[in-house]
Design a protein around this ligand. Structure first.
Ligand code: F6R
Length: 610
C-alpha cells in the first residue's frame, strides 16, 4: 500500500525516482510526489492523480534535474482524501526535513496537538505530516538520532524515508510493519518499498527487518536497530529479472499474468513432485515425519483471493488426507481469540507477504504455540520471514492489482500439501502417483483454456452492460464462484456475489431478473446435476445463465444460455482451469467497459493497513 522510492548516489536522482514510482504505482495511485536536494533547500513537488500528472508538473522544473539525492512516494489515501496537499513528501518545520511514509501512525492526533501547541502549522490532514514535524522538532544536526527519538513516540506501522537539507546526499530509512528494501548499486543505493522499483538498477538487495533504521550515503550503509547498535543484514539476490515486471507486449499486466499461468504453475511445481513415490516434496514446510503424522488440524488464514485459495485447500486437505482443515478470514483470527493447539499447523497464504491482517494472524498463531508456515510469493517479505518456514510460490512478480497467477499457484501448492498430508496417512502409493499426475497436468489444462481467449472475449460482449451478477458453484466450485465474483467486481465495477449454488434459494434468488445474469460452475463432477437444477431455477426467474462446462458435455451445454468449456479433469484440479476461464471473462468485460484494469479504483496491491 503506497510506494516509496529514494535515491542517493552519483547519478541524477529524478529519473530513478520517477521510473521507480511508475513501477510502484500498482501499490497506490491517487497522488504522487518527490523531494530532491538543491543547493538552497529541499524542493518538493506533488500532484494529485497518477504519476503521469507528477511527470507533467516536473516538466516545468529543469532546476531539479541535477540533484543526486531524493525521495518519492505514490499514495493510497488513508488519512485525508487524495489531494495535492495530502500527497507525500511532507516537509518538517520550514522545509529543512522531507519525509515519505507508508503505514499508519495511530497516535497521530495526540502528536498533532502537541506539535501545534509549540507552533507547528499543518498543511495536510495526514498522519505523515505529523511525523515530519516531529522529526523536525527533535532535530539537532543528526537525522538518525532525530528519527530514532521520533519513532520512540510513535505507535503504529511505518516504512519511512527522510532527508535533511543540512545533511546532503544522506537518506535515513526505517521500517516497522511496512517493507523497505535497499538496492545496492555501484556507489549508489536505491531504496524502495518493493523490489520491483530497484530491479532495473541492481539485483543485490538488503531487506530491512522491523525496527531497523539505516543511514545511507551513496553506497555507504549504517544499519542499526531502533534500540541498539549497528547490525549486519545480509544482501540477497533478487531471483527475477526486470523483464518479468514489464508488460511484454500485452495490453495490461493482468492479461500478461493470466497468460503466464502455465509457466508460473510449472515453476511452482518444479522439483516438488516425486513420481516414483507418489508424493510431494515440500521440505520448506519443515515438518518432521512425526509432526506430519501428529498433525491435528490445519488452519488456513488469508485475505481476498488468497483466502479463496485457502478454501480450496480446506476441501482438498480434508478430502484426501482426512485431516481437519479450516480456512479463516485473517482479519478475524486474532480478535476472536481462536482455539489453537500446538499440534495445529497454521498456513498463512499471501501473494505479497505483507498483508497486515494476515501478518497479525501469523503473530497470533506463533504466540499461541502453533506450527506456522507461510505460502507466499514475494521472497524476503515479512510473512515469509516471520513464519520462517513455508513454501514459496515462485509465480514471479504479480503487478496487476487483481490477483491471478498467485491464486493458481497457491491452489497448486495446496493440492501438493493435501497430497503430502494424505501420503503420510492412508493414501496408497498408487493413489499418490495418480494425484501427482493430475497435478502435473495443471499447466496444460490452463493452456487449453487460454487457447479459448477469443471465444471468451466474444461471450464477454453479452455481459458488458449488466450492473449485477451472481456466481454459483458447489464443492470445489464454490471457492471458484467466490473468486470469480471477486475478480469481476474489482476490475469491472459490476456488483457480483459468489454463492454456494444451494444457498441462492435462501435469499439472493429474490434479486434475480432479466438484467441479473448468473455464472454457473457446472462442469463434470459431484454435484453437477444439482447445479444444473439450480440453473433451471435461475432461468425460471429470467436470468441469463453462462455455464462453465466440461468439453463435450452436451447436456450442460444445452441447459445453459451461453457456455465456456474447460477440459475434462477431476473436480479438485478443475478449480484451476475454471478459475482461469473466469479471469478471462472478467478481464474482457472490464476491457469492454473501458475500466482501468491494472489499477482499479480504490484498490491497492498490497494491503498493509488493517
Ligand atoms: C484480489 C486481490 C486481493 C488480495 C488480498 C490479499 O484480486 O488481489 O483480494 O488477494 O488483498 O493479498 P495478499 O495475497 O498479498 O496477502
Amino acid at each position: 500500500m503506497c510506494g516509496i522510492v529514494a535515491y542517493t548516489g552519483p547519478r541524477p536522482a529524478l529519473p530513478v525516482l520517477l521510473s521507480g514510482l511508475k513501477r510502484l504505482e500498482y501499490r497506490g495511485y491517487d497522488s504522487a510526489g518527490i523531494a530532491v536536494e538543491t543547493q538552497e533547500r529541499i524542493a518538493i513537488r506533488k500532484a494529485k492523480g497518477k504519476v503521469s500528472e507528477l511527470v507533467k508538473l516536473l516538466g516545468e522544473s529543469s532546476d531539479l534535474e541535477t540533484s543526486t539525492c531524493g525521495i518519492a512516494h505514490t499514495r493510497w489515501a488513508t488519512h485525508g482524501p487524495p489531494t495535492q496537499e495530502n500527497a507525500h513528501p511532507h516537509a518538517g518545520g520550514k522545509q529543512g526535513i522531507a519525509l515519505v511514509h507508508n503505514g499508519i501512525i495511530e497516535n497521530h492526533r495526540a502528536l498533532r496537538e502537541k506539535l501545534s501547541s509549540v507552533g507547528y502549522v499543518f498543511l495536510s490532514e495526514t498522519d505523515t505530516e505529523v511525523l515530519a514535524h516531529l522529526v523536525d522538532s527533535l532535530y539537532q544536526g543528526n537525522l538518525v538520532q532525530a528519527l530514532t527519538n521520533a519513532l520512540k513516540e510513535v505507535d503504529g506501522t511505518f516504512g519511512i524515508a527522510v532527508m535533511a537539507h543540512s545533511e546532503p546526499g544522506t537518506l535515513v530509512v526505517a521500517r516497522r510493519g511496512s517493507p523497505i528494501v535497499l538496492g545496492l548499486g555501484e556507489g549508489e543505493t536505491i531504496v524502495a518499498s518493493d523490489a520491483s522499483a530497484i530491479i532495473k538498477h541492481t539485483r543485490q538487495a538488503i531487506y530491512l527487518d522491523d525496527n531497523d533504521i539505516a543511514c545511507i550515503k551513496g553506497s555507504e550503509l549504517d544499519i542499526r536497530t531502533l534500540d541498539s547498535g549497528t547490525v549486519v543484514r545480509p544482501a540477497s539476490e533478487i531471483d527475477w529479472s526486470a523483464d518479468a515486471a514489464e508488460k511484454g507486449g500485452y495490453e495490461h499486466y493482468m492479461l500478461k499474468e493470466i497468460f503466464e499461468q502455465p509457466e508460473a504453475i510449472r515453476n511452482t511445481l518444479r522439483g516438488r513432485l516425486d513420481r516414483d513415490r507418489g508424493n510431494a516434496i515440500l521440505s520448506g514446510l519443515g515438518l518432521s515425519p512425526r509432526e506430519l503424522s501428529d498433525l491435528h488440524r490445519v488452519l488456513i488464514v488469508g485475505c481476498g483471493t488468497s483466502m479463496n485459495a485457502g478454501l480450496v485447500g480446506e476441501y482438498a486437505i480434508e478430502d484426501f488426507a482426512g485431516v481437519l482443515a479450516e480456512v479463516e478470514q485473517a482479519a478475524e483470527f486474532r480478535y476472536r481469540n481462536p482455539i489453537v493447539n500446538p499440534s495445529d499447523l497454521v498456513v498463512a497464504i499471501s501473494q505479497s507477504g505483507e498483508t497486515a491482517d494476515t501478518l497479525a494472524a501469523v503473530r497470533e498463531a506463533i504466540d499461541k504455540g502453533a506450527l506456522v508456515s507461510g505460502l507466499v510469493n514475494t521472497v524476503g517479505s515479512t510473512i515469509a520471514r516471520e513464519t520462517g518456514r513455508g513454501v514459496y510460490l515462485h509465480a514471479g512478480p504479480e503487478i496487476s492489482v487483481a490477483s491471478t497467477k498467485a491464486f493458481t499457484s497457491q491452489v497448486s501448492v495446496l493440492l501438493m500439501m493435501a497430497l503430502k498430508f494424505a501420503r503420510s496417512r492412508r493414501m496408497s502409493q498408487e493413489k499418490g502417483r495418480r494425484m501427482v499426475k493430475e497435478i502435473e497436468d495443471l499447466p496444460s489444462l490452463v493452456e487449453a483454456v487460454l487457447a479459448k481467449n477469443d471465444e471468451i472475449a466474444k461471450v464477454a460482449e453479452r455481459y458488458v452492460d449488466q450492473q449485477s451478477a451472481f456466481f454459483i458453484g458447489r464443492g470445489y466450485m464454490y471457492p471458484v464462484a467466490l473468486e470469480g465474483a471477486l475478480k469481476l467486481k474489482e476490475i469491472s465495477y459490476i456488483h457480483a456475489e459468489g454463492y454456494h449454488a444451494a444457498e441462492l434459494k435462501h435469499g439472493p434468488i429474490a434479486l434475480l431478473e432479466e438484467s441479473v445474469p448468473v455464472i454457473a460452475l457446472c462442469n463434470e463432477g459431484p454435484g453437477k446435476d444439482k447445479t444444473l437444477g439450480n440453473v433451471a431455477e435461475c432461468q425460471a426467474r429470467a436470468s441469463r445463465v453462462l455455464g462453465i462446462v466440461t468439453e463435450g458435455d452436451e447436456e450442460a451445454i444445452a441447459t445453459v444460455d451461453d457456455h465456456i468449456t474447460i477440459p475434462a479433469c477431476p473436480m479438485h484440479t478443475s478449480v484451476i482451469p475454471a478459475t482461469v476461464a473466469l479471469q478471462l471473462l472478467s478481464y474482457h468485460i472490464a476491457r469492454l467497459r473501458g475500466c482501468a484494469i491494472d489499477q482499479p479504483r480504490n484498490l491497492a496491491k498490497s494491503v498493509t493497513v488493517e
